[in-house]
Design a protein around this ligand. Structure first.
Ligand code: AMP
Ligand code: TRP
Length: 383
């Protein structure tokens, strides 16, 4: 089966109004941008967007440019009848050992962060995954269809287990079955589209296989195979090791910019980013990964871009010194995320509001999941 991955804003087949509008029009040839009027006349069934993030620390710039910013954009740009569902996937977070108190705190902070980036509980369903038992229940049912061979070949499992080869005691079943839970997240809400960074594409391909396999085995179209929406900022790289992606778990905190970092910290981290000693600025991700990552960050962070590609931007930056480039990147990043920092501080201290958002989200998510579970249980013979 062909992978169904849509690179948002870059593909030429633009059948869906959301894909056209999701990230503004700068990377979309103008003749293919649909007007709002046109999009309302297209008779496609309503879409459901689902995505998730692990509450395992403050999200970084990679999370924001690769996923979270799209979640917010969809609130205003998706067709009016689109359902938006976003989850803090705490059950995924415990696939590695977590300190319980720390996890509680991270869950709260992550919820405050989703509000700070601009998610609106009246437009989007925002909830903690573990509040909805149907996710784990569907996971079990799907586990009975999932191939361990496929799971064992997945990149995340192979990466995380590479160092544990000699100790199968340390290799936990939850880590192997992680993608089955992710599939359940998406399928239980009948998601049609899933906006994520590139590292999640393989997991979503697996979700589609599971959905198709389930439908084939039990007949009918009980589960909807979702489409992957990859953001243009598909892989923001580490500031300290530009061959590796920016990640929450890397031991060096200077490898990532957190959405809560002060302006001073942002400047310091970008100043210390690994680059090279070649003259001038060019965009060459293979030959100059550090400089190219900075150009990528600049390109994707700029809210009012005048360039249609990183190459075009790099031509304009050609004569800058590395220091000047870094200053420019720091200015742009600061401008693009400073509003988040301010509103995060506000939401974090409003416990009542956070509790009520979580409760409201759980109620809506439970209703959504119940519809699928009824159909799934009936198909399997459990209902
Ligand atoms: P996680 O923090 O692993 O739960 O990731 C949440 C979302 O951020 C997922 O959609 C990831 O694909 C995306 N993401 C994480 N790291 C990066 C990165 N370095 N570049 C682009 N997207 C990322
Ligand atoms: N596995 C994803 C990550 O690590 C998080 C996630 C869990 C997710 N369930 C999901 C993303 C469903 C999209 C859809 O980033």
């Amino acid at each position: 089966m062909l992978p169904r991955v849509r690179h948002i804003g870059r593909d030429t087949l633009r059948q869906w109004s959301l894909a056209e509008s999701i990230l503004g029009s700068r990377r979309v040839p103008s003749q293919t941008v649909w007007s709002r009027d046109q999009s309302t006349t297209v008779t496609t069934p309503p879409k459901t967007i689902f995505s998730g993030i692990q509450p395992t620390g403050v999200p970084h710039l990679g999370n924001y440019l690769g996923a979270l910013r799209q979640w917010v954009t969809l609130q205003s740009e998706a067709a009016k009848d689109t359902t938006l569902v976003y989850s803090l996937v705490d059950l995924h977070a415990i696939t590695v050992q977590q300190d319980p108190k720390q996890l509680q705190q991270w869950k709260k902070e992550s919820l405050a962060m989703l509000l700070a980036i601009g998610l609106d509980p009246n437009k989007s369903t925002i909830f903690h995954q573990s509040d909805i038992p149907a996710h784990a229940e569907l996971m079990w049912i799907l586990s009975c269809q999932a191939s361990t061979g496929y799971l064992g070949r997945m990149t995340q499992w192979k990466d995380k287990t590479a160092n544990e080869k000699d100790s199968s005691k340390k290799l936990k079943l939850g880590l192997l079955s992680y993608p089955v839970l992710q599939a359940a997240d998406v399928l239980v809400h009948r998601a049609t589209h899933v906006p994520v960074g590139h590292d999640q594409a393989q997991h979503l391909e697996f979700a589609r296989e599971l959905a198709n396999g389930f439908n084939h085995t039990f007949g009918g179209d009980v589960l909807i195979p979702p489409e992957t929406l990859i953001s243009p900022a598909r892989r923001v790289m580490s500031l300290k090791d530009p061959m590796a992606k920016m990640s929450k778990s890397h031991p060096n905190p200077n490898s990532r910019i957190l959405l809560t970092d002060s302006e001073e910290t942002i400047r310091r981290k970008i100043k210390a980013a690994v680059t090279d000693s070649m003259d001038g600025i060019t965009y060459d991700p293979e030959g100059r990964p550090g400089v190219s990552n900075l150009i990528d960050i600049l390109y994707h962070s700029d809210a009012h871009p005048a360039y249609s590609s990183q190459d075009e931007l790099a031509k304009d930056l050609a004569d800058l010194s590395m220091r000047e480039l870094k200053d420019r990147v720091a200015d742009t990043v600061e401008t693009s995320i400073k509003h988040i920092r301010a509103s995060y501080a506000h939401f974090l201290h409003d416990n009542d509001h956070l509790d009520s958002v979580a409760a409201q989200g759980a109620e809506k998510a439970a209703k959504s999941a119940a519809i699928t579970m009824k159909a799934v249980k009936s198909a399997v013979g459990l209902g």
